[in-house]
Write a new protein. Structure first.
Length: 293
């Protein structure tokens, strides 16, 4: 189902993009390392419709990207974290401008187990204990007496970094993780391993033999499973916004590109890369930011 849905999204993308007149405009684009492929795909699809625009996209650490913007060396910073106060102050001192922040997508981490595993929820504390390797038997978190085997996405996905930065606290993930290049391959492997637990990008139509766990903010808290409603209402906690940043309100070709990213066409690319597209209210907020309001 995952592969079929992804193929449908790509087919729609191909159908809605067309080639137009030629020319030459360069948009300089700095991206965080884990978002580079996403930026590449946005640029690729946009230039199919707008061949007069070229992109110079480089990936570095966020601090270097924001520094480059303060120096006037980039038009867009693509970031999985918000700009720091100190970074905003550097831009203000260098250019007399404030950063304009624009959410372009939502990253959602899903924690899955085999459907025959009786565990249906974990607290964030238990999740940290499992992923750090401190808890290595399902019996310790309400399951059967069996070893826990951890599956996860490889470095082509930002999910592991997302979980480490946002939810692991002062603990690090164990090195004993079986890594996979795609969600689909990981779900397939987990489906035949009743003792597996895996982290990847949440997908509504994931492999039918795995189940996404509900996540509790605390041991006594209410479990919230990832669904369209809980993600959009932000009740499911394993989510983070992904941003574009600009030195002041963007204009010209940069503005037109960003408007396209917020459009249904651009959001199809968001979905094709495994991210969650923006809600209508988030897209409206982006439109207001582009207008300077």
């Amino acid at each position: 189902m995952v592969l079929k849905r992804r193929m449908i999204v790509y087919a729609v993308l191909i159908a809605v993009f067309s080639v137009s007149a030629s020319g030459s405009t360069l948009i300089r684009f700095k991206s965080s390392l884990t978002m580079k492929i996403f930026g590449d795909r946005l640029a690729e699809w946009y230039t199919q419709e707008n061949p007069s625009v070229r992109f110079d996209l480089e990936a570095e650490q966020p601090a270097n990207n924001f520094s480059a913007m303060a120096k006037g060396q980039t038009d867009i910073v693509q970031s999985s974290r918000q700009v720091l106060h100190s970074e905003a102050q550097v831009l203000r001192e260098a250019q007399g401008k404030d950063y304009v922040e624009l959410q372009v997508a939502t990253e959602v981490a899903g924690i899955a187990v085999s459907k025959i595993n009786p565990v249906r929820e974990l607290s964030l504390y238990d999740l940290r204990q499992v992923f750090s390797g401190k808890v290595n038997n399902w019996k310790q978190v309400g399951g059967q007496d069996a070893p826990i085997r951890i599956y996860g996405r490889d470095d082509t996905s930002g999910v592991r970094q997302f979980l480490e930065e946002e939810f692991m606290g002062d603990q690090s993930m164990t090195s004993n993780i079986s890594k996979f290049p795609t969600n689909a391959r990981m779900w397939q492997a987990m489906a035949v391993d009743p003792n597996s637990i895996g982290f990847g990008t949440f997908e509504m139509d994931a492999q039918e033999n795995v189940r996404f766990l509900g996540i509790k903010p605390s041991t006594s808290g209410q479990s919230v499973a990832p669904t369209d409603e809980t993600i959009r209402s932000k009740r499911y906690k394993l989510t983070r916004p992904l941003y574009f940043y600009f030195a002041g309100v963007p204009t010209g070709d940069v503005e037109r590109f960003v408007e396209w990213v917020l459009s249904p066409k651009g959001q199809l690319v968001v979905e094709s890369q495994g991210y969650y597209p923006l809600t209508s209210s988030e897209r409206e907020a982006g439109t207001r930011a582009l207008s300077g309001k």
